[in-house]
Design a protein around this ligand. Structure first.
Ligand code: SF4
Ligand code: SF4
Length: 199
């Protein structure tokens, strides 16, 4: 093979690697401007994520897989389901990638493709939604206790130590607290459900 042919083959390989169809599909489907294409693979998101230990892939890895067109692997990952939308990664991301919003998109795509099979994540999401519908906000202690008791009871003692630390620093409450004007939130949620049904 001549040097020119070698270069042409390498160029074709690079073009193949740079098929960003899946990445663009996810970016376009995400509400607002996701900045997904601007990810520089620095890894700050995974290093900042409180849920990373339970994820199949860190957000950085997931975005690299999107770039590589690994549709099935991405949609089978538990990562979007484990993300708790704390936005810690977003405030630290140098490219301001809207990571939790991308996670919402991936969850929707996984459901539509019927590719996500884990039983714990949908239960976690349902518990979270139930709390928002009841209190207007997440009740972290109740959410974590219910989830770990049901799915990971052996990990509960370790979580209890972390929970105590959060409570002593007033970062978590021992009892749920309902927001003001709950009736207004219920009206918004009901409207959203109606729109979802007609979409
Ligand atoms: S912190 Fe932002 S730029 Fe860095 S890997 Fe995560 S998403 Fe990409
Ligand atoms: S928003 Fe999700 S991915 Fe980002 S730090 Fe929080 S749990 Fe991790």
């Amino acid at each position: 093979m001549t040097p020119t042919e070698v270069l042409e083959q390498k160029g074709a390989g690079l073009r193949k690697q740079e098929d960003l169809t899946l990445l663009h599909e996810v970016s376009v489907a995400t509400a607002g401007v996701s900045h997904l294409e601007m990810c520089i693979q620095c890894g700050t998101c995974g290093g900042s994520c409180p849920s990373a230990a339970d994820m199949d892939h860190t957000p950085r890895m997931l975005f690299a897989m999107l770039r590589a067109g690994m549709r099935d692997e991405v949609l089978r990952s538990n990562t979007p389901w484990i993300c708790v939308s704390c936005y810690h990664c977003v405030v630290r991301c140098p490219q301001i990638v809207h990571i939790p919003d991308v996670m919402y998109t991936l969850k929707g795509m996984a459901i539509k493709a019927k590719l996500y099979k884990d039983s714990t994540a949908p239960h976690f999401s349902q518990t979270f939604v139930g709390m928002v519908e009841t209190f207007g906000r997440s009740f972290e202690l109740g959410l974590a206790t219910r989830h770990y008791l049901q799915h990971y009871p052996l990990r509960l003692p370790g979580m209890a130590i972390m929970g105590l630390g959060l409570m002593t620093k007033s970062r978590m409450t021992i009892l749920p607290k309902q927001i003001k004007h709950m009736d207004q939130l219920k009206a918004i949620l009901n409207k959203a459900k109606t729109l979802e049904l007609t979409a």
